[in-house]
Design a protein around this ligand. Sequence first.
Ligand SMILES: *[C@@H]1O[C@H](CO)[C@@H](O)[C@H](O)[C@H]1NC(C)=O
Ligand SMILES: *[C@@H]1O[C@H](CO)[C@@H](O)[C@H](O)[C@H]1NC(C)=O
Ligand SMILES: *[C@@H]1O[C@H](CO)[C@@H](O)[C@H](O)[C@H]1NC(C)=O
Ligand SMILES: *[C@@H]1O[C@H](CO)[C@@H](O)[C@H](O)[C@H]1NC(C)=O
Ligand SMILES: *[C@@H]1O[C@H](CO)[C@@H](O)[C@H](O)[C@H]1NC(C)=O
Length: 426
Amino acid sequence: MCNVGRGAVRWSFLLCSEYSWPHHVSPPLASYIPRMPASNMNQLLLSPRLFVIGILAFSLLSIHSVLHRPQQIPFQGILRHDSNHTVRNSATGFKAISKNLEAVHNSTLGFQKIFVINLPERTDKLDTFSVVSSLTGFAVEVIKGVKGRDVQNKSLPALEGLPTAEAGRNNIVGCWRAHMNFAQTIVTNGLSSALVLEDDADWDVTIKDQLRAFASGSQFVTAVPKGHKPHSPYGDDWDLLWLGHCASTIMPDHDRRWVIENDATVPDPKHRVNFAGIPDMAASGYDNSTRVVYRASDGVCLYAYALSFRGACKVLRGQALRKTFTPIDVGIGQLCKEKEFKCISVFPQLIDSHKAAGRMSRDSDIGRFSPSEVRQKGFTYNIVHSMRLNMDRLLTGENATIVRQWPDDPIIDGPLRQRPMGKRTE
Ligand SMILES: *[C@@H]1O[C@H](CO)[C@@H](O)[C@H](O)[C@H]1NC(C)=O
Ligand SMILES: *[C@@H]1O[C@H](CO)[C@@H](O)[C@H](O)[C@H]1NC(C)=O
Ligand SMILES: *[C@@H]1O[C@H](CO)[C@@H](O)[C@H](O)[C@H]1NC(C)=O
Ligand SMILES: *[C@@H]1O[C@H](CO)[C@@H](O)[C@H](O)[C@H]1NC(C)=O
Ligand SMILES: *[C@@H]1O[C@H](CO)[C@@H](O)[C@H](O)[C@H]1NC(C)=O
């Protein structure tokens, strides 16, 4: 809903779904992913084997699926972790706190609450969102989207930087206010952390398993002290977790990463789409099925992100002090540059924005498309087993088959591997 892209014009703002997607922009972020030692490069794709995933049964709060291989085996998502739910780090002795990782499977994905931003008149978006979130097994509360025209100039931190055209002003201001309301809800309710999604967000059907790996990464990148049991499965020393972005840079002098390899939910490089360039993972020594969790120093697009209580306070304070008005995602990206605002990000991103089949005018809340433009097939960039594209199958069949968006891509089979990279302490 609220996306501020770096389009052809740098930082030009095209708001609330009013963006265009520059496909495969050549990477200006050459240093995006630092090179890793060549010795770590030997993990390549395993033998391809067809997999099709089926659903054994689902309740409103959980999905239990099986792999349709020659023989069916019980299955809790495409990614599997070892039965003890621990992630070992041979290099540094780092071990994510296994008991805490369990919480990412709960109905708020390990956060205290989850919210979705939805404009009250877009009931259709909320209808679909409620189905996909409950199929996935998480529960949300609604934060009402805000119309920019309802936000007075005097309640803005600055007027400088506002678009002069009224439509532009209203979009940028409406998005800003909705996200501020999210941060404010965290603070006024004393929530330890909360995740927010835009109402057209989409994710992999195995998001809970992905988040489990991400949480290990977040614990490592934020250097949870040895023996310390954090309250949050993601660790307790972060301000923002940027799960759904359309570009996010690695903090240059921060060398801790969590490397997740052999991940069947990583899109093939040719299917990666970012606003601000596609990081060249291969040039950095990562293979095609690797995902990395890292400390971010910038980002764009707020498809989904979490704030800790501390992070929410900093966002509210940081925005109030602004001298120029900035689109909220750009403003949050700028906060991530600060040493004292800890943003943890992941590439490829875990959550993206779905473009539904049907009338394209429905994408937009301010009418960018003509009513006659129709999209034949829905899609979501960067998401392999799109929840939305599998929704009907999951709803209609006890043993539904999960399809991949890009069925011709190489099959990534075998267990997930995870390891830390970089120093144990800051
Ligand atoms: C899980 O833990 C048990 C007991 O601590 C151990 O015997 C077993 O090998 C572990 N399994 C894995 C996959 O690490
Ligand atoms: C899920 O886990 C988090 C972290 O432990 C916790 O704060 C939250 O209350 C849990 N959600 C539910 C619904 O129990
Ligand atoms: C709000 O501020 C902008 C920028 O200064 C200005 O163009 C606009 O007319 C103002 N709107 C109102 C309603 O005062
Ligand atoms: C990685 O993906 C790219 C783009 O699809 C492809 O050209 C390349 O061969 C792949 N590398 C491996 C090792 O499969
Ligand atoms: C779903 O799969 C299970 C396990 O193979 C099987 O027992 C069950 O009959 C199937 N249900 C349907 C409706 O096909």
